[in-house]
Design a protein. Sequence first.
Length: 120
Amino acid sequence: MGEAPRDQELLDARLTVAEINVRIGTAYFADLVRQFGSEHAALAAYNAGESRVVRWQRGAAGRSPDEFIDDIPFPETQNYVRRILGTARITGGCTGRARSRPARPGRFAEAGDRQEVTSL
C-alpha cells in the first residue's frame, strides 16, 4: 500500500536521464522567469522558494537587480543567484532567440523557450 504507483516509479526513473531532467528544469525555470519577470528573481525563487520571493519583491519595487540580490536575507541564496548569473555572463547568458531544444548546461532558458514535457 505504501509503494508508489508504477507510473510514478517510471517517471522517477526517467528523471535520472539527463535530457529529460534538463527539459523539465528548463520548463520550470522559464515558468519562474515568466512569473517573477526576471532571471535574478527566478533564480532566487528556484533556490529559496516562490513564496519568499513574492514577499521580497513587494519590498523591492523600483530597486535594481543588484539591490534586490543584496537584500536577499539568506546568504546561501544570495551566493547562488550571484554564482549562476556570473556563470551566465561568462558563457554568454541568454541568447534572446527561441530554441527548439532545452538550454545547454550553463545557459538560461528564455521565457518563450518552455519545453513540453508531456512525452515523458
